[in-house]
Write a protein that binds this ligand. Structure first.
Ligand code: CP
Length: 308
């Protein structure tokens, strides 16, 4: 599909796998244009968006809400704790209800991997689904804001050395990012505990010791240790994890002058990253959160284009 002026058109956004490289770059460039106030969106009619978060969230939930309000959408409040979910309503029936009420877009975060498949496969549900994270599956809007942050910094992905470090098996962000970064031409390295790594990631990059690559990488992407998805923490103390797999001050000092550090947040300070480095000159963690609003505007606009 030809994309004119970076204007992408989507029915849903549930995984990065279905986006072409052209669509990915279109969304990134449109996000950058919104950030520079060079892009504008005027709704053709009244549009309703609902944000349904069945798992905890600060950034994704609130930045989608800011993005929706900036685009002039009507935001419908939904709190799973006070909804009919408490009476046993299934996710399918909640979304069928939203669709019947005329909600145009449902942004959903849910613990169940691939929860969206039955929703987008339904002939009755008309609402567009934007995946705000499914279990350990995918996190497309986080991936796109990460890509936007890298693209703003380097203007390309080809031949960039990107290290993805930490709790990779439980990270939906890592899975979305490794697939697309590889496809866009980046050179990927993985580091972290062996028990939080799977051989299935070998097709995207190479698993190495963090200290082997710290002096070489352009992007050091640290991941949150996802305690809530572990049976146990496999015996790591905070200090052991930080010294072995974390971004210590010593490792930070060895990074190339042009290298940047990223983290999807929330950060476990002094575990994945030494607390004083969260806002260090090479950190783009606050920029990632800021870019989340603009890339989510681009995602919502693309889904509304798909309805036109
Ligand atoms: N990065 C991210 O998804 O953060 P939240 O869980 O706060 O949305």
């Amino acid at each position: 599909m030809a994309i004119i002026d970076n204007m992408v058109s989507l029915k849903h956004l549930v995984t990065m796998e279905t986006l072409t490289n052209e669509e990915v770059l279109g969304l990134i460039k449109r996000g950058i244009a919104f950030k520079k106030n060079e892009a504008h969106f005027t709704p053709e009619r009244q549009y309703f968006a609902a944000n349904l978060f069945f798992e905890s969230s600060t950034r994704t939930h609130k930045s989608f809400e800011v993005a929706e309000r900036k685009l002039g959408l009507d935001v419908i409040e939904f709190d799973a704790k006070t909804s009919s979910v408490n009476k046993g309503e299934t996710l399918y029936d909640t979304i069928l209800t939203m669709s019947s009420l005329g909600i145009d877009i449902c942004v959903i975060r849910h613990a169940k991997e691939d929860y969206y498949k039955e929703l987008i496969g339904s002939r009755t549900i008309q609402t567009s689904i934007v995946n705000g994270g499914d279990g350990s599956g995918q996190h497309p809007s986080q991936c796109l804001l990460d890509l936007m942050t890298i693209y703003e910094e380097f203007g390309r992905f080809e031949q960039l050395k990107v290290a993805i470090v930490g709790d990779i098996t439980h990270s939906r962000v890592a899975k979305s990012n490794m697939q697309i970064l590889k496809r866009l031409g980046a050179e990927l390295y993985f580091a972290g505990p062996e028990q939080w790594y799977s051989d299935e990631f070998d097709v995207y990059g190479k698993h190495v010791d963090l200290d082997e690559i710290v002096d070489e990488v352009d992007v050091m992407m640290m991941l949150r240790v996802q305690h809530e998805r572990h049976d146990s923490d496999k015996g790591f103390s905070k200090e052991t994890y930080h010294n072995r797999y974390g971004l210590t001050q010593e490792r930070y000092n060895r990074l190339k002058p042009s290298a940047i550090i990223m983290h999807p947040a929330p950060v476990n300070r002094d575990v994945e990253i030494a607390s004083q480095l969260v806002e260090a000159p090479k950190s783009r963690i606050a920029t990632q959160m800021q870019n989340g609003v603009f890339v989510r505007m681009a995602i919502l606009e693309a889904v509304l284009n798909g309805k036109a």
